[in-house]
Design a protein around this ligand. Structure first.
Ligand code: S3P
Length: 178
């Protein structure tokens, strides 16, 4: 397994952005966040990018910046939850490094997302607000059903329901050592 670069994938709310710096510190690597790179590069928030130019433009930025970031080694990259839905991004991450899936159940993820301060366009209602809890769970369940088989192609899968951040980090470190 190529561990020069570690990519974290998983559904929105799975904790990728929290785990990445902790894991990076333990490995002596640098933590990078693909969504943050997109915001810096475009000068727009993710919701503004979706709103002004559409999801397709967001996916283009995501794809290009993923490749640019990967010029570096010794990095832990927190990917947006949809990044590996593009087969070429999936292949890229698996070839250039180790892909880790933070796996949560729909109920666990929906309850986390209901109290998240982060604004995620795919979880908006028609007025641009976060879906109410029941509808949020339906949206998360539908999207997760569509995406699970793809996430499962990661090199390493770590379950996150009811797990502390420290134990998630420790389990990834253990799997990387094997
Ligand atoms: C998305 C996940 C988001 C962000 C964008 C789309 C997705 O990142 O990239 O809103 O398609 O799952 P997080 O997974 O960090 O929330």
């Amino acid at each position: 397994m190529n561990t020069d670069r570690i990519f974290l994938t998983g559904f929105m709310g799975s904790g990728k952005s929290t785990v990445a710096p902790r894991l990076a510190r333990g490995l002596g690597y640098k933590a990078l966040d693909l969504d943050e790179e997109i915001v810096q590069h475009t000068g727009l928030s993710i919701p503004a990018l979706f709103e002004l130019y559409g999801e397709e433009r967001f996916r283009e930025e995501e794809k290009n910046l993923l490749r640019r970031l990967t010029e570096q080694t010794g990095i832990v990259v927190s990917l947006g939850g949809g990044a590996v839905m593009d087969p070429s991004n999936m292949a890229w991450c698996k070839q250039k490094g180790t892909l880790v899936y933070l796996k949560g159940s729909a109920a666990f993820l929906a309850s986390r997302l209901a109290s998240s301060r982060q604004d995620r366009p795919l979880l908006h209602d028609e007025n641009g607000s976060l879906l109410p809890p029941g509808l949020l769970l339906d949206r998360v369940s539908d999207l997760l059903t569509q995406r699970s088989a793809i996430y499962e192609q990661a090199h390493i899968t770590v379950t996150i329901d009811a797990a502390s951040i420290s134990s998630v980090v420790a389990r990834i470190q253990g799997a990387l050592r094997q």
